[in-house]
Design a protein. Structure first.
Ligand SMILES: Cc1ncc(C[n+]2csc(CCOP(=O)(O)OP(=O)(O)O)c2C)c(N)n1
Ligand code: SF4
Lengths: 392, 351
């Protein structure tokens, strides 16, 4: 049924449809509306779950960890400083290979303090071993949340659903929410073999000596690589059941004759789509838009296939690694390395700390590749006039 | 070695499975094995000889299990009982991090509630994981009223990382981060009165216990297990390595801590003091201090040594006074009476 819903409200409803046993969360802008909406669903008796209102994000993640270990379907949500406060627990959850779902309402990380969107938070825990899926729209965020519960059960890898703070979380859109019966039919009950159970006592989280540690990491990496297929088939299966897909690992759209590709994640994709619709016929020219949905695991092969034959690939980052450059850009460069006739790579950070990305960015990005003096990486929308000369 | 051989060797190695646990020897069970007590924590782990924490955990498990699950903080107990693929635990047991045992336990308890199970959740931490870094998660767990028994094994320092001071380390004790020297006489600060802070959460039950009084300890565990709500037990658990006393003296050292008044055994319900173990004959604190190397500097020529001993005596006397630890004559429940009780009955009267 289609309803006009705010992004956060839609996520709360989607989580509720998946009937988690335990929800633990702590408020932080711009995730707050998700927790508030979930609390209201519980208060109204529309969601029967153990809702644990913890005293910190650190405990939110820890409660979810304990619940998952004890065989519960667990959920949490956070953003920004909350992600960083959780960091130690996030690595732990993934290392224990516990199934759970977390929404990250992507927000910049302090200092300077900013409540607005970029991807520095989820990027900071990129190597924690969680699956990270980025939603480009609220409908995708809703559908990806439901899919995430199935992916996590199948892979025993925790899944982070990333959605841009404010841009998505606080935007009202018509959303198609499935019915609870449809979700029940599609999402099997959680059966977690390694759950803590007095009938079959086992120890989890034991000390592991160097005799076994590399094997643990290797199998985690293998599980992540294998989850590429699960993410793809889950989306396909979802499309069959509900009539719409969320973009598998990545999707490619635009003019197939284009010589330039743009790789982006999250809501930037929507802005670029709109820009392309307006300006592709003008001086800017056509481009292939590559929407990356699965950031971890990184779909290297699919990305190589998507850019094969292009002259230039522009990679948009919404986070930077100071001293290196764009994070996604660096990874795409690694994936293209060694590829015969690899396209030239251009990397820009955009929209850091919530700087608005206008539709005209499409033309600006395409115009910039014609500049022979352009640096390999730039914070594209930084206004040098605002900086003292020595900082430019 | 040829590349080929090396490769075959590596392949074999990568396919290697963890060793299967040893077959049982078929030998007669030892008297301890033949005892009908539930053993949630097995022997054969890697604790030091005379480890008070190992003893305390075994005593707790005996009367808590088997329908329990444990969330264990990082620390000695976690490390000496595991090391993949071996585990000394016979109950479901999870270790996550140093500072989140109470929160992990909260999640386990929420899962049990959501799934309609009655399995009791226990959380274990050392004093570092409880008084210091895990304090916030513990306070949150108590305030949210989770049905969890939290047991703090108090060995008064971070032992697992090599004896560093915690907020539970007693005044004047030396540790590697509160050493004695020309300028300092060990730890400058006081032992945190955690139990009062815990009691201020007005939880149903909070108590202190000691490995020197196992029957009293187990009674407290049983009582806490029967309560549907948050309960807390701090168990004084000597660490021969960190306190620098002989391994065989663990029980003696623990008993003297109680008998001198430095570690009072008390019970608080909903924030009010409801019971104490009276001290039959209060010992001077020096009887306790002199058994341990961590207080050795208090017995040298340094003029400040006497001052520190007096300070510790005053702290003990203060406990005796505020908790009313002076008994009204010999009593089976006082330190003299309780010490005469073994785990199988009154020691003095045993066959
Ligand atoms: C966040 C974090 N900081 C530091 C450590 C290192 N560490 C592991 S155990 C430990 C001390 C444990 O002390 P305590 O809780 O008193 O338990 P004990 O070993 O004495 O039983 C420390 C500092 C850690 N594991 N995690
Ligand atoms: S160091 Fe102390 S607490 Fe740790 S195992 Fe040894 S005796 Fe026990």
């Amino acid at each position: 049924m289609r309803e006009a819903l705010e992004g956060s409200q839609a996520i709360a409803r989607a989580v509720s449809l998946c009937e988690p046993d335990v929800v633990a969360a702590y408020p932080i802008t711009p995730q707050t509306h998700i927790v508030e909406n979930l609390s209201k669903l519980v208060a109204d008796g529309d969601l029967h779950t153990e809702f644990v209102s913890v005293e910190s994000e650190f405990s939110a993640a820890s409660v979810a960890l304990g619940a998952a270990a004890a065989g519960a379907r667990a959920y949490t949500a956070t953003a920004s400083q909350g992600v960083l406060l959780m960091a130690e627990v996030l690595f732990n959850i993934a290392g224990l290979r516990l199934p759970m779902v977390m929404t990250v309402a992507n927000r910049a990380v302090s200092a300077p303090l900013s409540i607005w969107n970029d991807h520095a938070d989820s990027m900071a825990v990129r190597d924690s071993g969680w699956i990270q899926l980025h939603a480009a729209s609220n409908q995708e965020a809703v559908d990806t949340t439901i899919q995430a519960f199935r992916i996590t059960q199948q892979t025993e890898l925790p899944v982070m659903v990333c959605m841009d703070g404010f841009i998505l979380t606080h935007t009202m859109e018509p959303i198609d929410l499935p019915s609870i019966d449809e979700v029940r039919a599609w999402l099997p009950p959680l059966e977690f073999d390694r759950q803590l159970d007095p009938e079959d006592p086992r120890s989890v989280g034991m000390l592991v000596t160097p005799d076994f540690f590399p094997e643990v990491r290797h199998s985690h990496h293998t599980a992540m690589r294998k989850s590429l297929e699960v993410i793809e088939t889950t989306d396909a299966d979802f499309a069959q059941a509900f009539g719409r897909a969320s973009g598998g690992l990545l999707t490619v759209e635009g003019d197939v004759t284009a010589r330039v590709g743009i790789v982006a994640m999250g809501s930037t994709v929507g802005t670029l789509q709109a820009g392309m619709a307006h300006y592709a016929a003008e001086a800017a020219g056509p481009a292939l838009l590559i929407k990356l949905r699965s950031y971890r695991p990184f779909p290297a092969r699919a990305l190589r296939d998507a850019v094969r034959g292009l002259d230039t690939v522009i990679v948009i980052d919404r986070a930077i690694s100071p001293g290196m450059g764009g994070i996604l850009g660096t990874e795409v460069a690694a994936v293209l390395a060694g590829m015969p006739d690899a396209p030239k790579l251009v990397n820009h950070a955009l929209g850091l700390g919530g700087r608005d990305i206008p539709e005209t960015i499409y033309s600006d990005l395409l115009a910039a590749i014609r500049d022979p003096d352009a640096p390999a990486f730039s914070v594209f929308d930084a206004d040098m006039e605002k900086l003292p000369p020595e900082d430019r | 070695m040829s590349d080929e051989t090396r490769l075959t060797e590596l392949r074999q190695k990568f396919g290697r499975q963890p060793a299967a646990p040893d077959e049982t020897t078929g030998a007669e069970p030892t008297p301890r094995e033949a005892q009908p007590r539930f053993r949630g924590l097995e022997s054969g782990h890697r604790a030091c000889q005379g480890c008070g924490e190992a003893l305390a955990a075994r005593l707790v498990m005996e009367c808590a299990g088997p329908d329990v699950m444990v969330a264990n903080a990082t620390g000695c107990l976690e490390v000496f009982t595991t090391a993949w693929p071996e585990s000394a635990w016979r109950v479901p047991w999870a270790h996550s991090l140093f500072e989140n045992a109470a929160a992990v336990a909260s999640g386990m308890e929420a899962a049990m509630k959501a799934r309609g199970r009655n399995t009791k959740v226990l959380a274990f931490g050392g004093d570092g994981g409880t008084y210091d870094i895990g304090f916030q998660a513990l306070s949150g767990m108590l305030e949210r009223y989770h049905n969890v028994l939290y047991v703090c094994y108090d060995n008064e320092a971070y032992m697992n990382t090599g004896i560093q001071r915690s907020s539970s380390t007693p005044h004047a004790a030396t540790t590697t981060t509160s050493p004695a020297g020309r300028e300092r006489m060990g730890k400058r600060h006081l032992k945190k009165d955690l139990l009062s802070i815990i009691a201020a959460h007005h939880i149903p039950y909070a108590a202190s216990a000691s490995v020197a009084f196992p029957q009293d300890l187990q009674r407290k565990v049983r009582y806490a297990m029967g309560i549907d709500g948050p309960t807390f037990l701090v168990v004084h658990s000597p660490c021969p390595l960190g306190w620098r006393h002989e391994s065989r003296l663990t029980i003696n050292v623990a008993r003297r801590a109680v008998e001198c008044g430095l570690f009072p055994l008390v019970e608080l319900e909903r924030g009010s003091l409801t019971n104490v173990m009276p001290i039959r004959d209060q010992r001077p604190v020096t009887d306790y201090l002199q058994l341990q190397g961590r207080f050795a500097h208090l017995f040298g020529d340094d003029p400040r040594a006497q001052q520190k001993r007096d300070h510790l005596q005053a702290l003990a006397d203060y406990n005796v006074q505020v908790y009313g630890l002076t008994g009204a004559g010999p009593d089976p429940a006082d330190t003299g009476g309780a010490a005469a009780v073994g785990r199988s009955g009154v020691a003095a009267g045993r066959r």
